[in-house]
Design a protein around this ligand. Structure first.
Ligand code: SAH
Length: 363
């Protein structure tokens, strides 16, 4: 694990850490304000802290966790993919996508991933390690700093007059299975949603937790009282195919994952997203659309929507994206079952920014 960082700790933990270093407890609040509100971690900018304390507190609680390896831009600068090196050399990526009305960041929760989905670039490399809470939070803070420095074009000036420019949405759709790094991912969600100066003050509604379907962790998440959106990476409505595409399916079956997703909706009131990468002639048949539509509609109305996304083929993959017509047909079938369905945005494909492509090419 990396060195301890302010963002690993809750308010009480930060106070205790500052006191353990021999400083007054209220310094923790000052540091938090610098980090979460001002997005500052350089001692020279913390003029409200006595000189000697500054360097000491910054050394102890604001170590550099992410070192930029490169930033790649696409979509006229509105999509920025960042590759970060962690203290032990592991690489992770995050992607910032600016839209007129919102800014979405796709972040990593692990270096690598242990879920081994054969169509996913990250899955091929296996799991290196869990990220710490602060390593997760830092990706968002880094994005917020880029925005604040005016480095990302594409906003809507009128909207910004009404609302300050900030990261509005975070999706755990970068590298890793966040629910397999449960306590750190939850702590990161708390840092993102805690009101400033204890956190970034984001709305939980802007956060999306994406999972292969770790059923007990989904139930646990439902009990946390943080209404983030749940995204379930289904990719097949039948166990036979899903066993191959999402190997954890041999542990928790399609119906068990869908039941857990439904319970999540019941507990939180948040509509669940079903992720479905359309793979040509593998999972894009009409009968599979019908089966998916039936399974979702059978459980209830208004609880779910489906996000098909054309597969982004990984290098050397035997699979490719569905044809546009087939994709459209798949969407129509689901809609015919009364299931709201929208094809997901594929920003940043040319910089390998699309889901599942992260970091593999750099490594
Ligand atoms: N482990 C989590 C989050 C990481 S991936 C999960 O599986 O949900 C985020 C999403 O991208 C998942 O739905 C994943 O299945 C999808 N994905 C991975 N590789 C992809 C690819 N090559 N093309 C399209 N979607 C992909």
């Amino acid at each position: 694990m990396p060195p301890r960082h302010l963002a690993d700790l809750d308010a009480a933990g930060r106070k205790a850490a500052v006191e353990a270093l021999g400083h007054k407890g209220f310094r923790a609040g000052q540091l938090s304000k610098h980090y979460f509100e001002r997005l500052v971690d350089a001692p020279e900018e913390m003029t409200d802290l006595p000189g000697a304390a500054r360097a000491e507190l910054v050394d102890a609680l604001l170590p550099r966790l992410l070192t930029p390896v490169k930033h790649l831009v696409a979509d006229e600068g509105r999509t920025v993919k960042s590759v970060w090196r962690l203290h032990d050399g592991a690489l992770v990526e995050s992607v910032l996508m600016r839209y007129p009305e919102r800014v979405t960041m796709c972040i990593s929760s692990q270096a690598g991933c242990g879920m081994n989905c054969p169509f996913c670039a990250t899955g091929q490399g296996g799991l290196t390690r869990n990220l710490s809470t602060a390593e997760i939070v830092e990706q968002v803070v880094a994005g917020a700093r880029m925005l604040r420095r005016g480095e990302v074009p594409g906003g809507d000036a009128d909207a910004e007059r009404e609302r300050p420019l900030r990261v509005s949405n975070v999706v755990f759709m970068g590298m890793g299975e966040a629910l397999a790094n449960y306590s750190r991912a939850i702590a990161a969600i708390r840092r993102l949603t805690d009101p400033a100066p204890d956190g970034l003050g984001m709305s939980a509604r802007g956060l999306t937790m994406s999972t292969v379907g770790l059923v007990p962790a989904i139930d646990r998440l439902a009990g946390e009282g943080i209404p983030v959106t749940l995204a379930l990476s289904l990719h097949a409505p039948d166990d036979e195919l899903r066993d191959e595409l999402v190997p954890i399916n041999t542990r928790w079956r399609v119906d068990e994952a869908l039941d857990a997703a439904y319970r999540y909706f019941e507990a939180t009131g948040r509509r669940v997203s079903i992720e479905y990468a359309l793979i040509r002639d593998i999972n894009d048949q009409s009968w599979r659309a019908d089966l998916l539509g039936e399974k979702l509609a059978r459980r209830g109305r208004g609880w779910v929507h489906v996000n098909p996304i054309p597969l982004n083929p990984t290098p050397g993959s035997k699979w490719t994206a569905s044809r546009t017509g087939v994709q459209q047909q798949f969407v129509e079938r689901l809609r015919a079952h009364g299931i709201p369905t929208t094809v997901r945005d594929t920003r940043g494909r040319e910089i390998d920014g699309a889901c599942g492509q992260l970091a593999a090419t750099t490594a």
